[in-house]
Design a protein around this ligand. Sequence first.
Ligand code: APR
Ligand code: ZN
Ligand code: ZN
Length: 360
Amino acid sequence: MVRAVLLSAVGAPLELTEIDLPEPGPGRVRVKLAAAGVCHSDLSLSNGTLRTETPTVLGHEGAGTVTAVGEGVTAVRPGDQVVLNWAPACGGCHLCGIGEPWLCERSGEGATSVYGSLADGTGVYPGLGVAAFAEETVVAERAVVPLPEGIPLTSAALLGCAVLTGYGAVHNAARVREGESVVVYGLGGVGLATLQAARIAGAGPIVAVDVSPEKEELARRHGATEFLLADDRTTAKAVRKLTGGHGTDHAFECVGRADTIRAAWSATRRGGRTTVVGIGGKEELVSFSALEIFYFARTLTASVYGNSDPAKDIPVLAEHVRSGRLDLEALITDRISPEEIPEAFERMAQGRGGRSLVVF
Ligand code: APR
Ligand code: ZN
Ligand code: ZN
């Protein structure tokens, strides 16, 4: 039995409970978690904004140590330190074949299979295939990436979602170049990682936008050169003023709302690019007139998991951490116990703090 934070039904309070984890079957790996970050997607899964099977153990941004491997596993051995990947690519589908593994047609399959059971025998689903809000988890071999040397295991958890997502949105998806202007909407763990990535790219100005004024100091620490309080009517105008009257080359939406997608798009220059990183609900509708789509000739696209191949990109991130360009510690504003995840959700809902990290 292992201790885990259970969501018994959508909207139900989280509860600390014990789960019976089976020994890893063929192609599966058992991992003892060192730490797990609390991401807004966990909150969205828990309140029904995003769909999930229940009962489930959430948490998809984790790092830990391999304790056992199933038959046929060759990528890792017990004792290896790993980062968890919540979108493991199958390697065999059409989109994997054309080099877009982050859009793998079969990556969600692990998320819908039972991975453990409660004392009464009820099966439990792993949140996003990972279930990192637990002392130990069992995941697919494809969902573990060996942790490169010299990176602290606890802060490495953040590489598994926020940092891979934010860094990849800037470097893999939007391909921000030195000297280009960047605006980031939403300054949670994902938005702050996006700011750091823009700083690494040599972008400027780097404008951070949030509804919460207390995010200004945090944003500046992560590379923002300017901070704007989100306001639908004035933000686009203020961005134009900061970018020579043109609008920004790049906007990144790290909230997951229709109105911020629309605001981000409006803040870009003619021919500019908006990259949607936040995950909104299906009832959130964004509207554009036919004329403005033609006239502005802008690009609007989404970046899923930073358009990354975690096995290749995590070593790149690790190099940035070792050289001091990427600051994982700065992202972590709260180190918490599993019991404190509801408070971390509350902080997110109120727009307070950076990343909360559950330390096991
Ligand atoms: N305009 C600007 N910022 C906003 C707005 C708004 N209208 N509404 C909320 N925000 C800010 C919040 O104040 C907060 O700082 O967006 C930030 C969101 O941060 P977190 O809740 O910590 O979310 P995070 O984990 O960073 O995830 C961001 O990416 O992966 C997805 O599902 C995730 O959609 C979510 C997004
Ligand atoms: Zn996440
Ligand atoms: Zn695939």
